[in-house]
Design a protein around this ligand. Structure first.
Ligand SMILES: [Mg+2]
Length: 416
């Protein structure tokens, strides 16, 4: 690992987290050993089974729909009910996979075996052939509903089921996407977003998204990079996301510019599955490279961590198949001494799942993506305003998801 990057990492964990990270050797000190250590970390149990002293048999899973919202209702044999709100943007066309390939596997099984069930559903009925967002969003939808059930039984929030609550409050950054606007126009909108949340960090988009170097409009990124630093000043933590816009040469050129303006990380410099090219960019630059939001494979994450390809891992807790799998990635990253900053997608209650997950991640990054609370789903929460107050959001402490879905809203849903 490059020395400057190591300096960055020293300051890049959420407050208090660094102390609990073992003094791991960098991944380049011996890849074979590193891989074994990464595997060992990834294979540790995640769900705290010891919280449950009796079986939690999954009696039913029902998919419900109302005006574009998909709810999954899970019921245990003892009558405990839990809900998840799916990733609605994708579930509208994925539900046959959920209903035919995922839900039946869980019926009659013990939810305390969730670690094994998540592995099991992947190989069952050759489901591994479907690996990708389309499959894992379905698994995550089931997992979140079962974690809600388990949380209600244990009387604990989801974070306490998958780890120790390390971060009861989460500092957020506001992500935004103003591609297509000029640099000057983009900065006005980015400023407005930052003012809304009071965040001390911001992420902005550069390049043209999987565009083979075509900017949108041309020349926008080169203008915007200095403008963002100038606008927000030296104290602001600033992240840049290219969404796979560049080829290696251009990615390095833009990366040098990001370094010049002290941008704090550089996300998906080249297309997400160009693993060797991502590593070439990482090797050429000092700025930490972030990525992993499109990744669906545990082994590819392991490769990227072992090879110092990424210096910040960003599993998407829906696209990667839930919190248990994402926790395994976070633990591998912890061994390599790098932070985990999960990606979230905007629809539904994504922000809420992010809060619970991050609350239990030892090596959580200092700021997490917040796209604002969606008003489409009426929920009540007495332990958190669920809003960003001075750039901080409080994680709900109630059982399971820690919020109550409006019963009238649930009633409007019909079985799919
Ligand atoms: Mg991104």
């Amino acid at each position: 690992m490059r020395p400057n990057r190591r300096n960055f990492l020293k300051t890049s964990f959420a407050a208090g987290a660094l102390l609990s990270i073992p003094a791991a050797a960098g991944p380049r000190t011996g890849q074979k050993a590193a891989v074994e250590k990464l595997d060992a970390a990834a294979q540790l149990p995640v769900l705290k089974k010891e919280l449950f002293n009796a079986p939690v048999i999954i009696q039913s899973l029902e998919l419900l729909h109302h005006e574009g919202n998909y709810l999954l209702r899970a019921k245990s044999r003892d009558g405990v009910v839990g809900y998840s709100v799916s990733n609605n943007a994708h579930m509208q066309y994925l539900y046959p996979i959920l209903q035919q390939k995922v839900m039946p596997f869980f019926i009659g099984k013990d939810a305390r075996d969730l670690d094994e069930l998540i592995e099991g559903v992947y190989v069952n009925d050759s489901n591994y052939k479907l690996q990708g967002l389309a499959f894992w969003v379905c698994v995550a939808t089931v997992e979140f509903a079962l974690l809600d059930v388990l949380g209600h039984i244990a009387g604990k929030p989801i974070g306490a089921l998958i780890g120790k609550i390390e971060h009861p409050q989460i500092a957020v950054y506001r992500a935004n996407n103003y591609r297509g606007r000029t640099a000057e126009d983009s900065i006005k909108w980015i400023k407005r977003n930052v003012e809304e949340t009071g965040a001390k960090a911001v992420k902005f988009k550069i390049g043209g998204r999987m565009s083979n170097n075509a900017d949108n409009p041309p020349g926008r990124s080169e203008k915007l990079i200095p403008l963002v630093r100038e606008t927000f000043g030296d104290e602001m933590v600033i992240y840049a996301d290219s969404n796979g816009s560049y080829t290696v040469d251009k990615a390095i050129e833009i990366g040098r510019m990001l370094e010049k303006y002290r941008i704090d990380f550089y996300e998906e410099p080249v297309p997400f599955d160009w693993l060797e090219e991502t590593k070439m960019v990482a090797d050429a630059l000092d700025i930490p490279i972030a990525g992993g939001e499109q990744e669906s494979s545990m082994h590819r994450f392991r490769w990227m961590i072992a090879n110092d390809c990424l210096q910040i891992v960003q599993p998407d807790i829906f696209y990667f198949g839930g919190m248990i799998r994402s926790m395994r990635v976070a633990r591998m990253a912890q061994i390599a001494g790098i932070p985990c900053t999960p990606h979230i997608s905007g629809s539904g209650l994504g922000y809420l799942y992010m809060l619970h997950f991050v609350s239990a991640v030892v090596n959580a990054g200092p700021y997490h993506e917040f796209k604002g609370v969606s008003s489409d789903i009426p929920i009540a929460c007495d332990s958190s305003s669920l809003r960003s107050e001075g750039g901080i959001v409080t994680v709900p402490t109630g059982a399971g998801l820690g919020v109550t879905l409006d019963p009238g809203f649930i009633e409007k849903h019909v079985k799919v």
